[in-house]
Design a protein around this ligand. Structure first.
Ligand code: PMP
Length: 409
């Protein structure tokens, strides 16, 4: 072990030079106390922390890993481009190939553009909706996460009221509240922005009802506004054609990131013919938005996802995991709710508002080699084979037993 490189050492060093020791969703404060802060590697369904401990990974880098860590076809595609240069004076041919792939895969997509992060993609969607409609108001669901920039950040720290001036809220899956917000926007409605499903942190997840999805589509059609699906988190896990294909509704614009390139930094916006002109005129860009290797990775990722019919395989793995957890919880006398799409489950103990029981359970599982989350939705990958899921369930069985013992004590 190299001196200064243990998790504890790195935390102490970080405390001096990184504000708060770490920022954002991958800071240790976002996971149960006792979880590692630093990681050094991953392969398949496993991650390795800075202290050399290996875990079956149910966070998948919080979404980006969908084929498994270091998938050979993706690594090879990345390496091939890295060997020739990644950041050049213009995009590589992969940009065209990837846009063609998305247009061929996603029914609403007549075109595609690329960015780096989900926040870039969602901000681009809002900019395009405003540019294409000449209107200002944007409707978002209360509690929905669309990114870490002033127009949508969940924190108001450092954000001005003016940044939010044209934002209106509705409740997800609540048609009446949506209609009310639409009315409020009047003739200034640019967009309705909806998550693929309701995945607010710390809450039971909810799939969109067909009625709600149809109402959002109809409201946009009536008002001439853009329906925007935020598929950043769920994209390519539920349906390769876009998550709202499952409820029979197609958006005008959609944002993707996370899983699109199996961990390489990339985001995408897709849109319909109607917004092509706006998309060709707005100024959106970034120094790294044209890099070739992530786009090569995305082409390889999407090809593999299509080849194995990923959504079906991920759902089967998720169903196996969920059924196991539910059976164990019931047998050990715990009320556990596992909600959301099986491939992206949230696991919440009932009557556990501070998620204290959830934390204790996750920590017991961690000590048995399984990395879970107590409040956020988790992610399965194609490396979560039935054998891997069963091995994880052996560990959660031990975690439930330990929890039952400490409850009895
Ligand atoms: N939208 C959704 C639904 C997300 O889950 C996220 C990331 N958690 C974002 C947008 C923002 O993506 P990024 O963190 O890549 O900017």
């Amino acid at each position: 072990e190299r001196p200064g490189m243990s998790d504890a050492d790195l935390r102490a060093r970080a405390a001096a030079v990184i504000p708060g020791g770490m920022w954002g969703h991958q800071r240790a404060a976002a996971v149960p106390r006792g979880y590692p802060q630093f990681f050094v590697g991953g392969d398949g369904a496993f991650v390795e922390d800075a202290d050399g401990r290996r875990y079956i990974d149910f966070m998948c880098a919080w979404g980006p890993i969908i084929l498994g860590h270091r998938h050979p076809a993706v690594s090879e595609a990345v390496r091939r481009q890295l060997d020739r240069g990644d950041c050049l004076d213009g995009p590589t041919p992969h940009a065209v190939e990837l846009a063609e792939t998305l247009v061929a895969t996603i029914p609403h997509a007549d075109w595609a553009m690329f960015q780096k992060n989900g926040s870039d993609a969602m901000t681009t969607c809002v900019t395009l909706a405003r540019a294409g409609t000449g209107r200002r108001k944007v409707l978002v669901a209360q509690g929905a996460y669309h990114g870490a920039v002033p127009w949508c950040s969940p924190s108001l720290l450092g954000v001005t009221a003016e940044d939010r001036a044209h934002l209106l809220h509705f409740r997800y899956n609540d048609v009446a509240s949506l209609e009310e917000a639409v009315l409020h926007a009047g003739d200034d409605l640019a967009a309705i922005v909806v998550s693929a499903f309701r995945h607010d942190i710390g809450q039971a997840q909810e799939l969109p009802s067909r009625t709600f999805a149809a109402a959002a589509r109809a409201a946009c059609d009536r008002a001439g506004a853009a329906l925007v699906v935020d598929d950043v988190r769920a994209g390519f896990r539920l349906d390769l054609g876009g998550s709202w294909e499952r409820v029979g509704v197609r958006p005008d614009l959609a944002g993707y990131s996370k899983a699109i390139a199996n961990g390489q930094p990339l985001a995408a916006v897709t849109g319909t013919e109607r917004f092509r002109d706006a998309a060709s005129r707005v100024f959106v860009t970034g120094s790294f938005w044209y890099a070739g290797a992530p786009m090569a990775a995305a082409v390889a990722t999407l090809e593999e996802l299509r080849r194995v019919d990923a959504p079906r395989v991920l759902e089967a793995a998720g169903l196996r995991f969920r059924a196991g957890l539910e059976e164990q919880a019931a047998r050990h006398g715990f009320a556990l709710d596992v909600t959301g799409p099986p491939a992206m489950p949230v696991m919440l103990f009932r009557d556990d508002p501070e998620a204290a029981l959830g934390e204790a359970f996750c920590l017991e599982a961690l000590h048995r080699g399984v990395y879970l989350h107590h409040r956020h939705n988790m992610f399965l990958s194609l490396a979560h084979t039935p054998e891997v899921v069963d091995r994880a369930l052996d560990a959660t069985e031990g975690a439930f037993k330990a929890l039952a013992r400490s409850r009895a004590a």
